[in-house]
Design a protein around this ligand. Structure first.
Ligand code: ADP
Length: 344
């Protein structure tokens, strides 16, 4: 059988076709610059057209959907009601959910009879206990305004859990690990008995670890200071925190390969700040989990940077904990989720 995975973003569309059960990748394509001025591809329909995919040969399509809110705790077969629910969640992910919906709409148009499955970035964290996901704001902000920790990178953390359990030769349901997805976006997850019980990204993917260009945790009052004392409007604050901070803001670039080679103080400080933040989360999650079977490094930095991994683990408290490097595969996880949904 053949299962396609589509990650439809606002200006790009990634497509991968898998053969199952061999898990062989039959085709992998990326269309970029969708809708940009002077681009030959003006919308997602044209993007799918230029993939030259014969949909009659495909048995199911899995879509990455960024935000599933509180409603979607698992992957689901897409129908009209699911589409409406994903639309309702647009205020929580204004950049991502509309683009994800475009991908779904276009495939429906081209191939109305193929089952389509939505796989949510947030769903793996649906098991977070309330004490982990409610912020210490007035409770009505959660109850009435849906402001809470959702967590993201769920497909990656879920994949890493499966692989880690295999390496540890343990049942998934008995596996206690800390997973570190360290790419341009980065998040940590505390997994207790096979379930996400805390994670570093929050209401949005901005919270938590130091990322390529996102600041991660900061004192929220800095935002007020920027607005009140430095006359930043919300657009400027948004750009500063999401696009001009993190490693890029600290040392002028976010490619860890280059930063590692540099000898200057700013480069060293940027890596030190990133490493220390990762260690703080590991420390916190060790207390949450009580028993930690292993720490898992993944994502472009986690998989490739010996320096970052060594620096994180070079600590008396961590020296007796096992650590593994696992190459994440979010697309394959989406395929596996599709198979689960189709089985039902
Ligand atoms: P994204 O979140 O965009 O998918 P990736 O998971 O591809 O990001 O990770 C990108 C990061 O991985 C970049 O900071 C890049 O510098 C880093 N990286 C990739 N290869 C290496 C390497 N060999 N050594 C150190 N860092 C690396």
């Amino acid at each position: 059988m053949k299962i396609a995975v589509i990650n439809s973003g606002s200006s790009s569309l990634k497509f991968k076709l898998f053969e199952i059960p061999s898990e062989k990748v039959l085709c992998s394509k990326v269309v970029e610059h969708i809708g940009e001025k002077d681009s030959l591809i003006q919308n997602h329909f044209e993007a799918i057209e230029c993939l030259h995919v014969n949909f009659t040969e495909i048995d199911a399509v899995g879509h990455r959907v960024v935000h599933g809110g509180e409603r979607f705790r698992n992957s689901v077969l897409i129908d009209d009601e699911v589409i409406e629910a994903i639309k309702d969640l647009i205020p929580l992910a204004p950049l991502h959910n509309p683009a994800n919906l475009e991908g779904i709409r276009v495939v429906r148009q081209k191939a109305p009879n193929i089952p389509q499955i939505a796989v949510f970035d947030t769903a793996f964290h649906a098991t977070l206990p309330k004490e982990a996901f409610v912020y210490a704001l007035p409770y009505a902000m959660y109850e009435k305004r849906q402001i809470r920790r959702y967590g993201f990178h769920g497909t990656s953390h879920a994949y890493l859990l499966q692989k880690a359990a295999q390496l540890l030769t343990k049942d998934v349901a008995k596996t206690n690990i800390i997973t570190l997805h360290l790419g341009n976006g980065a998040s940590a997850c505390a997994i207790k008995n096979g379930k996400s019980c805390d994670t570093s990204m929050g209401f949005t993917p901005l919270e938590g670890l130091v990322m390529g260009s996102r600041c991660g945790d900061i004192d929220p009052a800095i935002v007020l200071y920027l607005q009140n004392e430095l006359d930043f409007n919300s657009d400027k604050v948004n750009t500063l925190l999401n696009k001009e901070s993190g490693l890029l803001g600290l040392c002028g670039e976010n490619d860890v390969r280059n930063i590692e080679k540099r000898k200057d103080d700013k480069a060293k400080l940027a890596l030190d700040i990133m490493v220390r933040r990762i260690q703080k989360y590991i420390g916190a999650y060790m207390v949450v989990l009580e028993n930690v079977d292993a720490i898992i490094f993944s994502g472009g930095i986690g998989e490739n940077s010996h320096y970052v991994r060594e620096s994180v683990m070079n600590n008396k408290i961590l020296k007796n904990i096992r650590s593994f490097v696992i190459k994440t595969d979010e697309e394959l996880q989406i395929v596996n989720e599709c198979l689960e949904v189709l089985k039902k």
